[in-house]
Write a protein that binds this ligand. Structure first.
Ligand code: BGC
Length: 800
């Protein structure tokens, strides 16, 4: 199996939308689904183009309520390129006889290819297409199409269009909502090759300009045309007509430039789109520079695996690369200069409206250890919304900064208040916005970024301010309970979205949610450490700026020692207070009745029941603690809190919650696999393999077509990168503790750590690390119980 190509060798209309998502091309600035250029949105196809951070709000009426949603906008379609033979019907793959079909995504170069041999009446044609969204020229995309007339002569009419008649129609369950986000501004023909379309989002007033250039060659001779131009307010097309003889090849190159009024260093977006288009060379030249950019990225990001079962190795390596590709298509060096976060579903579709959740917790580790500048840029997205987070906290009567569960353009809470259950056809209140733990994730990410990069300037100017304000929020949401002599946090929900309130209660939220409480303690501990770590004058500045006095700091310290954690069944960390009293679910009965029960919440609601009644989790919740912290770190936290912590606590909790989890989120298997890396290597590897299939096989049965799951994609790569290598960056030491699954012979990769590029080769019984030549200061590497110094240019080998 070719480990660098995702190949489909037949056309399957029912899989088309899934393949479109998986074959999306993007460059961190914009992304376009892998839809056929001639296709239109409908039951089979869904072309979509999305700009990183291109949001717009619309008000809709739902179940008698007016609700406003902010969506990632489906932009005008730049793909449309079609043809018709001898004045017949426009080419439609669903209507011709397909003789040969092959679609492949070249992961190494970021190129989507399609070759089709088809017959229409008696005419046989070969169509070959290659497409790229340029990684080095973020505004440019290009499509090259060749059409060979195998056995006929006649006329061909070619239509090359920019189509702004699109609406947001990619997610079926949002169809009851308003979907038209774009209004027309301007269409224009520019000479014989170029067309221009300019539109505007109706609420955020973001202008979008698309300029396209179409050039046609017959047997490599450039044809001069006087094309017909057809326009509508939302649409513009060039029509070209020419003759072909049997054996002739027509080559059509369509190159587009996309700009938005939010871009830096522009005059007006259509002027800049035309200017950039003018500078863009022919397809082959664009392909060559684009491939060079990808090849540089792969040098940093690729991960090598060799498995005992060679065949599987091929498939796993391919999927891992597919995951890396999609991560880089969502957040790339082009993102460094943008004001965007990292969306849970990539810029690949409309699911979750392009919102930013906590999924960066699963995504950043890969970026941190490869190209930390990207993480820095994504953290700046949070920093710019610090004031909004302060206002969120204030509105909820807390202090400090409370980041929203779902974030979009300006940091307002974008979670929907009602969600649609397709199983029951009902709109139901959605209380998942109570996931305050997103604030701990942001703090954790700031800390991790610093540990890996040692970027003190970022930490002191941006990171620390966010961190301290988040700590302040946790302090203000915690209340001291005289009865228990401990601090408590009430009215939140955790990562497990099945549990958002107590059975029968009208009031949403849970009390003393363990993951939340312990994360709050961790944040407060690190905030105290941060105050010591910062340069003295900056610390003083911040304390004055934030009005952070000794009494408040003393309160942080007190909370970090006396936060309440609830246990049951002798050592099981209760997911929240009252969890022990919930009913057990009859998992077998539900599996028998429904087969796929990963969205048990929808099943139960449709039955008139509620998941809140049961010990049933959608995804890892308590187990997140073992995912984020080593046993030593957890021991320290528990000891500080005065609770017992035996190593045995970990496997017991894993076993307890594994039985009660439906894995309704693709993030869940990552965590379950991770926490079993040492205790159950086979089980961990099995879950890792299942997690790998999340998107490529659309294991949730229909969610991937609406957008990839970026957390699971990056998370699987990170399972190899950090999970099985035991890499922990803590306290100025790069800790290593490999535990390769039996099926894995060898793992190789290159990571960045504190200015060094480190090459790793890990086998079952040995680990080699080599620091490439550089000027970076020596680092400390910890393995087993020893800490060793590693200088640039030095190599070390350890037996395991
Ligand atoms: C999961 C969340 C996740 C979100 C976006 C939900 O289904 O429960 O944990 O953040 O999807 O990926």
């Amino acid at each position: 199996m070719d480990e660098w190509s995702l190949v489909y060798d037949s056309y399957l209309p029912r899989q088309e939308k899934l393949r479109e998502a998986l074959c999306s091309l993007g460059n961190g600035y914009f992304a376009t689904r892998g839809a056929a250029p001639e296709s239109e949105a409908g039951a089979v196809h869904y072309p979509g183009t999305y700009l990183a951070g291109g949001y717009n709000r619309l008000v809709s009426e739902v179940a008698g309520h007016e609700i406003e949603n902010e969506d990632l906008v489906n932009l005008p379609n730049w793909l449309p390129l079609s043809f018709r033979l001898d004045g017949g019907n426009w080419f439609d793959l669903d209507k011709v006889q397909i003789l040969d079909y092959r679609q492949s995504l070249d992961l190494h170069r970021g190129v989507l290819e399609r070759s089709i041999r088809f017959a229409e009446d008696q005419r046989i044609c070969r169509l070959g297409q290659r497409r790229l969204v340029h990684m080095g020229m973020p505004h440019i995309a290009s499509l090259s199409s060749t059409l060979v007339a195998e056995n006929w002569s006649g006329s061909v009419e070619i239509r090359s269009a920019l189509d702004g008649r699109v609406v947001n129609d990619g997610v079926e369950r949002y169809r009851g909502l308003n979907r038209r986000h774009l209004e027309p501004l301007h269409v224009e023909e520019q000479g014989t090759e170029r067309i221009l379309l300019k539109m505007r989002t109706c609420q955020s007033h973001q202008e979008i300009a698309l300029a396209a250039r179409t050039r046609i060659y017959r047997n490599e001779e450039h044809l001069e045309f006087n094309p017909q131009c057809r326009t509508e307010p939302y649409y513009i097309a060039h029509h070209f007509s020419c003759d072909v003889a049997a054996g002739d090849t027509l080559r059509i190159e369509k190159t587009v430039a996309l700009y938005s009024s939010r871009d830096h260093a522009i005059s007006e977006c259509s002027i800049d789109a035309l200017k950039t288009l003018h500078r863009a060379g022919p397809f082959e030249e664009l392909l060559s520079t684009h491939s060079e950019h990808w090849s540089r990225l792969w040098k940093r990001f690729d991960i090598g695996i060799r498995e005992k079962n060679g065949e599987q190795g091929g498939r796993h390596a391919l999927i891992l690369r597919l995951h890396i590709l999609h991560m880089l298509q969502t957040a790339s060096p082009n993102t460094m200069d943008l004001d965007t976060g990292v969306p849970a579903r990539g810029w690949h579709g409309e699911a979750y409206r392009g919102h930013i959740f906590w999924d960066e917790l699963f995504i950043f580790p890969l970026l941190n250890l490869r190209l930390p500048e990207i993480t820095r840029a994504l953290l700046m997205y949070r920093y710019r919304r610090l004031d909004a987070a302060r206002a969120n906290a204030d509105a909820a009567n807390y202090r400090g900064a409370m980041y929203p569960w779902q974030s979009g353009s300006n940091g307002r809470e974008e979670s929907q208040r009602l969600h649609y259950n397709p199983k029951s056809g009902r709109w139901i209140p959605d209380n998942t916005y109570l996931q305050r733990h997103v604030n701990a994730a942001i703090a954790y990410n700031i800390w991790q970024y610093y540990e890996v990069s040692e970027d003190m300037e970022f930490l002191s100017f941006y990171g620390a301010e966010m961190f301290l304000e988040i700590a302040r929020f946790w302090s203000s949401i915690a209340n001291f309970c005289n009865k228990n002599g401990r601090y408590e946090i009430h009215g939140v929900s955790g990562p497990d979205e099945f549990q958002t309130g107590y059975p029968g209660s009208d009031k949403p939220g849970l009390n003393n949610h363990s993951y939340t409480n312990i994360m709050a303690v961790w944040v407060l501990c690190r905030a105290l450490e941060l105050l010591k770590l910062l340069p003295e004058e900056r610390c003083e500045e911040l304390r004055t700026m934030l009005d952070l006095n000794d009494a408040e700091i003393a309160r942080w310290d007190d909370i970090s020692r006396r936060m309440r954690v609830v246990f049951h069944d002798d050592g099981i960390i209760s997911q929240f207070e009252g969890y022990a009293q919930l009913e057990e679910l009859d998992w077998e009965a539900y599996r028998k009745k429904y087969g796929d029960i990963h969205r048990l919440d929808r099943i139960l609601e449709a039955e008139g029941d509620s998941p809140n009644r049961y010990k049933a989790s959608k995804q890892a919740d308590v187990l997140m603690l073992f995912y984020l912290f080593s046993s030593e770190e957890l021991r320290e936290l528990f000891e500080r809190l005065g609770y017992p912590f035996e190593y045995e606590t970990i496997p017991r909790n894993i076993e307890y919650y594994a039985k009660r989890t439906s894995h309704g989120s693709t993030l869940s298997r990552i965590v379950h696999s991770w926490v079993q890396v040492r205790s159950d290597r086979t089980g961990s590897w099995r879950l890792f393999q299942e997690a790998l299939e999340s998107d490529i096989a659309d294991i949730q049965g229909g969610t991937t077509p609406e957008g990839i799951h970026l957390g699971a994609m990056a998370g699987t790569v990170d399972l190899l990168q950090r999970g099985y290598t035991g890499i922990v960056t803590r306290g100025d030491v790069l800790w290593l503790n490999p535990s390769l699954p039996d099926d894995l012979h060898c793992l190789s990769m290159c990571i960045r750590y504190r200015g060094h590029s480190l090459d790793f080769a890990i086998h079952q019984d040995s680990l080699q690390v080599h620091a490439r030549a550089s000027n970076a200061s020596p680092i400390k590497v910890g393995i087993h119980d020893g800490i060793y110094e590693l200088k640039a240019g030095e190599a070390r080998e350890f037996s395991l």
